[in-house]
Design a protein around this ligand. Structure first.
Ligand code: ACO
Length: 311
């Protein structure tokens, strides 16, 4: 009976054990996971674009090799995550169709342009730094395949963050012009990075349910605070100023106070009105349709092989 299965599911969650694909799960739990894991996968794949745009313009062979490796890692992250989503009974084709038709989301951050090479460093430092803060707790998420994918992804993300920080450190030791490029880039990416954590807790419709199910283990505001606390000392070491006049150490809380991002901007970007939304989705759509022959050929080959084995 369903009630017995439900009891078993609730007990697994209460023990902080994993739910596996073949276990019974409430339909709403499955839907929440498909939504979050698919959005996460789409973010990795769309996230290849802003940085990929700089591969041909990297300033040295070394920088080019690092950036190529990093962008390839993002493709790999997308693939692990689509595989995790597939264990919930949805296919990658379906999910990609939902992405390109605008029915599924991807992270707001990738709708901002990359205007200089310093942005490659800033994305590594701030964007991948925010991703790590959000994703390390997800290693303990209640759905097994998602949590296990996160473990490997987090290891690679921490390399991404270091390469970004090292790039910025190198530029900060360079000319006044290079230092100004870093500061300008940090000014543009600071607030959008804070928005990556999602709306404030009191405006987040999914947090309570997702926490009760162990899908999320921290709220959006908790993780945003953790990110600010981690990043301010790094900004000091780098010698850049974070563009927030309200940023100040709060002795009592043992944390930094900080200003609020422009939440209207987040909702506009999420709704499709960010600076690069149309371009990002058009690019993905083009890659998907231009790749159709590869998928068809692979399927035809697989069909021929299995027919051969049967004969
Ligand atoms: N960009 C786009 N959409 C967002 C963002 C954002 N930064 N923040 C919130 N949203 C969306 C949510 O997806 C949700 O929409 P939906 O109900 O249609 O799915 C809505 O805004 C309300 O937000 P919440 O109720 O707070 O949603 P949720 O509980 O899912 O929390 C969060 C959002 C924190 C992003 C969560 O889904 C999460 O942790 N996801 C996994 C991490 C991830 O996707 N990272 C991708 C970027 S990192 C990288 O790729 C380098």
């Amino acid at each position: 009976p369903e009630s017995l299965l439900e009891e078993r599911f609730e007990a697994t969650i209460a023990r902080k054990d994993r739910i596996e694909p073949r276990d019974w799960m409430p339909e709403a739990y499955r839907r929440t996971l498909v939504r979050q894991v698919a959005q996460h996968a789409h973010s990795e794949i769309i996230g290849m674009q802003p940085e990929g745009a700089w591969i041909g313009r990297a300033p040295s062979l070394r920088r080019k090799a690092i950036l190529l490796a990093k962008v390839q890692d993002e493709a790999g992250h997308g693939l692990y995550l689509y595989s995790a989503a597939e264990t919930l009974g949805v296919s990658r084709d379906e999910l990609t169709e939902l992405l390109i038709s605008g029915r599924q989301k991807y992270s707001s951050i990738f709708n901002y342009p990359t205007l200089s090479y310093a942005d490659v460093g800033t994305i590594g430092w701030l964007v991948d730094g925010a991703a790590i803060c959000n994703q390390v707790p997800l290693c303990r998420t209640s759905f097994g395949p998602y949590g296990r994918a996160m473990i490997r992804i987090c290891k690679e993300e921490s390399f991404h963050q270091r390469q970004g920080y090292e790039l910025l450190l190198t530029m900060m030791r360079g000319t006044a012009e290079q230092r100004a490029m870093v500061q300008e880039s940090v000014d543009r990416f600071w607030w959008p990075s804070l928005m990556m954590f999602g709306p404030p807790d009191d405006a987040s419709p999914n947090t309570a349910r997702s926490m009760a199910w162990g899908v999320k283990t921290h709220t959006n505001d908790e993780l945003r605070q953790r990110f600010v606390d981690m990043t301010v000392p790094q900004a000091d070491a780098l010698g850049v100023t974070l563009p927030d006049p309200d940023l100040a150490w709060n002795e009592e809380r043992g944390s930094y106070d900080f200003g609020q991002p422009d939440w209207d901007e987040l909702w506009a970007v999420v709704a499709g009105d960010g600076p690069c939304n149309a371009q990002r989705v058009a690019h993905r759509t083009r890659a998907w349709s231009e790749g159709a022959w590869v998928r068809e050929a692979a399927l035809a080959y697989a069909a021929r092989e299995s027919a051969g084995h049967e004969a």
